[in-house]
Write a protein that binds this ligand. Sequence first.
Ligand SMILES: Nc1ncnc2c1ncn2[C@@H]1O[C@H](COP(=O)(O)OP(=O)(O)OP(=O)(O)O)[C@@H](O)[C@H]1O
Ligand SMILES: [Mg+2]
Length: 288
Amino acid sequence: MFGNEVMTNPETQSAKKLPGLSADTFVSTKTTGKPQAPVKIHAENVKVFYNDNQALNGVHLDIHQNEVVALIGPSGCGKSTFLRCINRMNDTVAGARVTGLITVDDRDIYDPKLDVVLLRAQVGMVFQKPNPFPKSIFENIAYAPRLHGLARSKSDLDEIVESSLRRAGIWEEVKDRLSSPGTGLSGGQQQRLCIARAIAINPDIILMDEPCSALDPIATARIEELIHDLKSNYTIVIVTHNMQQAARVADRTAFFHLGNLIEVGPTDQIFINPKEQKTEDYVTGRFG
Ligand SMILES: Nc1ncnc2c1ncn2[C@@H]1O[C@H](COP(=O)(O)OP(=O)(O)OP(=O)(O)O)[C@@H](O)[C@H]1O
Ligand SMILES: [Mg+2]
Protein backbone atom coordinates (compact mmCIF):
# COMPACT_ATOMS: atom_id res chain seq x y z
CA MET A 1 0.00 0.00 0.00
CA PHE A 2 2.82 2.33 0.90
CA GLY A 3 4.39 1.54 -2.46
CA ASN A 4 1.23 2.60 -4.29
CA GLU A 5 1.03 5.80 -2.30
CA VAL A 6 4.54 6.62 -3.31
CA MET A 7 3.72 6.00 -6.92
CA THR A 8 0.80 8.42 -6.91
CA ASN A 9 2.62 11.19 -5.08
CA PRO A 10 3.13 14.06 -7.59
CA GLU A 11 6.66 14.53 -6.28
CA THR A 12 7.47 11.15 -7.66
CA GLN A 13 7.09 12.44 -11.18
CA SER A 14 10.74 13.31 -10.77
CA ALA A 15 11.26 9.59 -11.09
CA LYS A 16 11.09 10.01 -14.80
CA LYS A 17 14.60 11.41 -14.63
CA LEU A 18 16.00 8.09 -13.43
CA PRO A 19 17.59 6.30 -16.34
CA GLY A 20 15.64 3.33 -17.63
CA LEU A 21 13.21 3.16 -14.72
CA SER A 22 9.51 3.88 -14.98
CA ALA A 23 6.64 3.24 -12.62
CA ASP A 24 5.87 -0.01 -14.46
CA THR A 25 9.30 -1.42 -13.76
CA PHE A 26 8.76 -1.96 -10.07
CA VAL A 27 7.79 -5.27 -8.66
CA SER A 28 6.83 -3.65 -5.39
CA THR A 29 3.87 -1.79 -6.86
CA LYS A 30 2.37 -5.19 -7.63
CA THR A 31 3.53 -7.13 -4.59
CA THR A 32 4.45 -4.53 -2.06
CA GLY A 33 6.79 -6.01 0.59
CA LYS A 34 5.04 -7.99 3.25
CA PRO A 35 5.49 -6.07 6.44
CA GLN A 36 2.85 -8.23 8.05
CA ALA A 37 4.83 -11.39 7.34
CA PRO A 38 6.97 -12.66 10.20
CA VAL A 39 10.55 -11.44 10.44
CA LYS A 40 12.73 -14.15 8.96
CA ILE A 41 16.15 -12.55 9.32
CA HIS A 42 16.89 -9.97 11.99
CA ALA A 43 20.21 -8.12 11.96
CA GLU A 44 21.06 -5.84 14.84
CA ASN A 45 24.18 -3.70 15.10
CA VAL A 46 26.14 -6.06 12.87
CA LYS A 47 29.79 -5.12 12.52
CA VAL A 48 32.36 -7.03 10.53
CA PHE A 49 36.10 -6.64 10.77
CA TYR A 50 38.74 -8.10 8.48
CA ASN A 51 41.71 -8.07 10.83
CA ASP A 52 41.89 -4.37 11.80
CA ASN A 53 39.73 -3.06 8.98
CA GLN A 54 36.07 -2.53 9.69
CA ALA A 55 33.88 -3.44 6.71
CA LEU A 56 30.42 -3.05 8.33
CA ASN A 57 29.67 -0.35 10.89
CA GLY A 58 26.62 -1.62 12.74
CA VAL A 59 23.90 -2.70 10.36
CA HIS A 60 20.27 -3.01 11.46
CA LEU A 61 17.92 -4.76 9.03
CA ASP A 62 14.85 -6.96 9.27
CA ILE A 63 13.91 -9.17 6.34
CA HIS A 64 10.46 -10.73 6.26
CA GLN A 65 9.38 -14.14 5.17
CA ASN A 66 8.83 -14.52 1.41
CA GLU A 67 10.30 -11.14 0.75
CA VAL A 68 12.89 -10.39 -1.93
CA VAL A 69 15.35 -7.79 -0.67
CA ALA A 70 18.04 -6.32 -2.93
CA LEU A 71 21.31 -5.01 -1.54
CA ILE A 72 22.81 -2.25 -3.65
CA GLY A 73 25.72 0.15 -3.30
CA PRO A 74 29.15 0.94 -4.72
CA SER A 75 31.92 -1.62 -4.88
CA GLY A 76 33.49 -2.31 -1.49
CA CYS A 77 30.56 -0.95 0.55
CA GLY A 78 29.99 -4.29 2.31
CA LYS A 79 27.13 -5.97 0.43
CA SER A 80 28.84 -9.36 0.09
CA THR A 81 30.17 -9.08 3.61
CA PHE A 82 26.66 -8.58 4.97
CA LEU A 83 25.23 -11.38 2.83
CA ARG A 84 27.90 -13.77 4.08
CA CYS A 85 26.97 -12.97 7.69
CA ILE A 86 23.54 -14.52 7.14
CA ASN A 87 24.85 -18.05 6.65
CA ARG A 88 28.11 -17.59 8.52
CA MET A 89 30.21 -17.82 5.40
CA ASN A 90 32.49 -15.20 6.98
CA ASP A 91 33.55 -17.96 9.38
CA THR A 92 35.52 -19.36 6.47
CA VAL A 93 37.32 -16.07 5.75
CA ALA A 94 40.66 -15.78 7.55
CA GLY A 95 40.79 -12.71 9.81
CA ALA A 96 37.04 -12.01 9.64
CA ARG A 97 35.20 -11.22 12.87
CA VAL A 98 31.47 -10.57 13.21
CA THR A 99 29.81 -8.82 16.16
CA GLY A 100 26.19 -7.90 16.87
CA LEU A 101 23.14 -10.12 16.58
CA ILE A 102 21.73 -12.02 13.62
CA THR A 103 18.73 -14.24 14.08
CA VAL A 104 16.98 -16.52 11.61
CA ASP A 105 13.52 -17.52 12.83
CA ASP A 106 14.33 -15.81 16.14
CA ARG A 107 17.34 -18.02 16.71
CA ASP A 108 20.78 -16.50 17.21
CA ILE A 109 22.82 -17.98 14.36
CA TYR A 110 26.11 -17.09 16.05
CA ASP A 111 25.20 -19.16 19.10
CA PRO A 112 28.21 -21.46 19.56
CA LYS A 113 25.81 -24.37 20.02
CA LEU A 114 24.30 -23.85 16.57
CA ASP A 115 25.11 -26.45 13.91
CA VAL A 116 26.60 -24.41 11.05
CA VAL A 117 26.11 -27.22 8.54
CA LEU A 118 22.37 -27.21 9.26
CA LEU A 119 22.29 -23.41 9.11
CA ARG A 120 23.86 -23.46 5.64
CA ALA A 121 21.26 -26.02 4.57
CA GLN A 122 18.53 -23.65 5.75
CA VAL A 123 20.24 -20.61 4.24
CA GLY A 124 21.43 -21.54 0.76
CA MET A 125 23.79 -19.43 -1.32
CA VAL A 126 24.26 -18.77 -5.02
CA PHE A 127 27.45 -17.05 -6.09
CA GLN A 128 28.37 -14.56 -8.77
CA LYS A 129 30.19 -17.09 -10.90
CA PRO A 130 28.26 -20.32 -11.44
CA ASN A 131 30.27 -23.00 -9.67
CA PRO A 132 28.90 -26.46 -10.45
CA PHE A 133 30.83 -29.37 -8.94
CA PRO A 134 32.96 -31.23 -11.48
CA LYS A 135 30.36 -33.99 -11.45
CA SER A 136 27.31 -34.97 -13.46
CA ILE A 137 24.21 -32.78 -13.51
CA PHE A 138 22.44 -35.44 -11.41
CA GLU A 139 25.24 -35.59 -8.83
CA ASN A 140 25.36 -31.80 -8.54
CA ILE A 141 21.84 -31.91 -7.17
CA ALA A 142 21.95 -35.30 -5.41
CA TYR A 143 25.14 -34.71 -3.45
CA ALA A 144 23.83 -32.54 -0.61
CA PRO A 145 20.46 -34.30 -0.09
CA ARG A 146 22.36 -37.57 0.20
CA LEU A 147 24.81 -35.99 2.65
CA HIS A 148 21.94 -34.65 4.76
CA GLY A 149 20.08 -37.97 4.65
CA LEU A 150 17.05 -36.50 2.89
CA ALA A 151 16.57 -39.48 0.56
CA ARG A 152 15.81 -42.96 1.83
CA SER A 153 15.95 -44.65 -1.53
CA LYS A 154 17.15 -44.15 -5.07
CA SER A 155 13.65 -43.19 -6.14
CA ASP A 156 13.50 -40.57 -3.35
CA LEU A 157 16.72 -39.13 -4.67
CA ASP A 158 15.48 -39.16 -8.27
CA GLU A 159 12.41 -37.31 -7.09
CA ILE A 160 14.44 -34.65 -5.26
CA VAL A 161 16.69 -34.17 -8.29
CA GLU A 162 13.77 -33.80 -10.67
CA SER A 163 11.73 -31.49 -8.47
CA SER A 164 14.75 -29.27 -7.71
CA LEU A 165 15.60 -28.96 -11.39
CA ARG A 166 11.95 -28.24 -12.18
CA ARG A 167 11.70 -25.53 -9.52
CA ALA A 168 14.86 -23.97 -10.91
CA GLY A 169 13.31 -23.95 -14.37
CA ILE A 170 15.95 -26.10 -16.02
CA TRP A 171 14.46 -29.62 -16.01
CA GLU A 172 13.31 -29.60 -19.62
CA GLU A 173 16.76 -28.54 -20.79
CA VAL A 174 18.70 -31.21 -18.90
CA LYS A 175 16.37 -34.17 -18.33
CA ASP A 176 17.94 -36.17 -21.17
CA ARG A 177 21.52 -35.49 -20.13
CA LEU A 178 21.52 -35.94 -16.36
CA SER A 179 24.73 -37.95 -16.49
CA SER A 180 26.62 -35.29 -18.46
CA PRO A 181 28.96 -32.95 -16.56
CA GLY A 182 27.36 -29.88 -14.99
CA THR A 183 30.29 -27.84 -16.21
CA GLY A 184 29.23 -28.57 -19.81
CA LEU A 185 26.13 -26.40 -19.52
CA SER A 186 25.92 -22.77 -20.67
CA GLY A 187 26.58 -20.08 -18.06
CA GLY A 188 22.89 -19.35 -17.57
CA GLN A 189 22.09 -23.05 -17.30
CA GLN A 190 24.93 -23.54 -14.82
CA GLN A 191 23.54 -20.74 -12.69
CA ARG A 192 20.08 -22.35 -12.69
CA LEU A 193 21.76 -25.66 -11.86
CA CYS A 194 23.40 -23.95 -8.88
CA ILE A 195 20.02 -22.57 -7.82
CA ALA A 196 18.56 -26.09 -8.13
CA ARG A 197 21.44 -27.37 -6.01
CA ALA A 198 20.68 -24.77 -3.34
CA ILE A 199 16.98 -25.64 -3.41
CA ALA A 200 17.57 -29.41 -3.20
CA ILE A 201 18.09 -29.37 0.56
CA ASN A 202 14.93 -27.36 1.26
CA PRO A 203 16.36 -24.06 2.41
CA ASP A 204 14.04 -21.30 3.64
CA ILE A 205 16.36 -18.54 2.57
CA ILE A 206 18.40 -18.11 -0.60
CA LEU A 207 21.26 -15.63 -0.66
CA MET A 208 22.38 -14.54 -4.12
CA ASP A 209 25.54 -12.54 -4.68
CA GLU A 210 25.29 -10.90 -8.10
CA PRO A 211 23.90 -14.10 -9.61
CA CYS A 212 23.48 -12.61 -13.08
CA SER A 213 26.63 -10.58 -13.49
CA ALA A 214 28.27 -13.23 -15.67
CA LEU A 215 25.14 -13.84 -17.75
CA ASP A 216 23.74 -12.42 -20.98
CA PRO A 217 20.41 -10.55 -20.95
CA ILE A 218 18.34 -13.60 -21.90
CA ALA A 219 19.86 -15.81 -19.22
CA THR A 220 19.47 -12.89 -16.79
CA ALA A 221 15.78 -12.55 -17.63
CA ARG A 222 15.37 -16.29 -17.02
CA ILE A 223 16.94 -16.00 -13.54
CA GLU A 224 14.81 -12.96 -12.72
CA GLU A 225 11.66 -14.87 -13.68
CA LEU A 226 12.85 -17.67 -11.49
CA ILE A 227 13.36 -15.35 -8.52
CA HIS A 228 9.78 -14.23 -9.06
CA ASP A 229 8.54 -17.82 -9.01
CA LEU A 230 10.69 -18.78 -6.03
CA LYS A 231 9.59 -16.00 -3.73
CA SER A 232 6.33 -17.67 -2.81
CA ASN A 233 8.39 -20.39 -1.12
CA TYR A 234 11.58 -18.69 -0.09
CA THR A 235 12.99 -15.53 1.39
CA ILE A 236 15.56 -14.14 -1.02
CA VAL A 237 18.36 -11.65 -0.44
CA ILE A 238 20.09 -10.61 -3.64
CA VAL A 239 23.12 -8.40 -4.19
CA THR A 240 23.03 -6.63 -7.51
CA HIS A 241 24.82 -3.81 -9.29
CA ASN A 242 22.00 -3.61 -11.77
CA MET A 243 19.40 -1.07 -10.68
CA GLN A 244 16.88 -2.29 -13.21
CA GLN A 245 17.28 -5.76 -11.82
CA ALA A 246 16.67 -4.55 -8.27
CA ALA A 247 13.60 -2.70 -9.53
CA ARG A 248 12.30 -5.78 -11.33
CA VAL A 249 12.80 -8.39 -8.62
CA ALA A 250 12.96 -6.80 -5.18
CA ASP A 251 10.10 -5.88 -2.85
CA ARG A 252 12.50 -3.79 -0.83
CA THR A 253 15.95 -2.43 -1.52
CA ALA A 254 18.72 -1.62 0.93
CA PHE A 255 21.40 0.89 -0.02
CA PHE A 256 24.85 0.43 1.50
CA HIS A 257 27.68 2.95 1.45
CA LEU A 258 31.12 2.67 3.09
CA GLY A 259 30.00 -0.09 5.45
CA ASN A 260 26.79 1.66 6.50
CA LEU A 261 23.23 0.75 5.63
CA ILE A 262 22.10 4.20 4.54
CA GLU A 263 18.49 3.48 3.72
CA VAL A 264 16.07 0.62 3.21
CA GLY A 265 12.54 0.79 1.89
CA PRO A 266 10.12 -0.37 -0.77
CA THR A 267 12.12 -0.56 -3.99
CA ASP A 268 10.06 2.06 -5.78
CA GLN A 269 10.56 4.50 -2.94
CA ILE A 270 14.33 3.94 -2.85
CA PHE A 271 14.62 4.62 -6.56
CA ILE A 272 11.97 7.28 -6.98
CA ASN A 273 11.74 9.09 -3.71
CA PRO A 274 14.77 8.27 -1.56
CA LYS A 275 14.94 9.95 1.83
CA GLU A 276 18.71 10.25 1.92
CA GLN A 277 20.79 12.42 -0.39
CA LYS A 278 23.46 9.71 -0.68
CA THR A 279 20.87 7.24 -1.94
CA GLU A 280 19.61 9.73 -4.49
CA ASP A 281 23.14 10.47 -5.67
CA TYR A 282 23.79 6.76 -6.11
CA VAL A 283 20.57 5.77 -7.82
CA THR A 284 20.78 8.71 -10.19
CA GLY A 285 24.30 7.68 -11.14
CA ARG A 286 26.16 10.60 -9.56
CA PHE A 287 28.67 8.21 -8.02
CA GLY A 288 29.41 4.54 -7.74
N1 LIG B 1 38.41 -11.56 2.63
C1 LIG B 1 38.63 -10.28 2.88
N2 LIG B 1 39.74 -9.86 3.52
C2 LIG B 1 39.97 -8.56 3.79
N3 LIG B 1 39.13 -7.57 3.46
C3 LIG B 1 38.01 -7.91 2.81
C4 LIG B 1 37.69 -9.27 2.48
N4 LIG B 1 36.50 -9.30 1.83
C5 LIG B 1 36.10 -8.01 1.75
N5 LIG B 1 37.00 -7.19 2.35
C6 LIG B 1 36.88 -5.72 2.46
O1 LIG B 1 35.65 -5.40 3.06
C7 LIG B 1 35.04 -4.30 2.42
C8 LIG B 1 33.66 -4.72 1.89
O2 LIG B 1 33.86 -5.69 0.89
P1 LIG B 1 32.65 -6.46 0.20
O3 LIG B 1 33.26 -7.56 -0.61
O4 LIG B 1 31.67 -6.84 1.22
O5 LIG B 1 32.06 -5.32 -0.74
P2 LIG B 1 30.91 -5.38 -1.84
O6 LIG B 1 29.95 -4.29 -1.52
O7 LIG B 1 30.39 -6.75 -1.97
O8 LIG B 1 31.72 -4.95 -3.15
P3 LIG B 1 31.56 -5.45 -4.69
O9 LIG B 1 30.38 -4.71 -5.22
O10 LIG B 1 32.84 -5.00 -5.32
O11 LIG B 1 31.40 -6.94 -4.68
C9 LIG B 1 35.99 -3.86 1.32
O12 LIG B 1 36.78 -2.81 1.81
C10 LIG B 1 36.84 -5.08 1.08
O13 LIG B 1 38.12 -4.73 0.62
MG1 LIG C 1 30.46 -8.21 -3.48
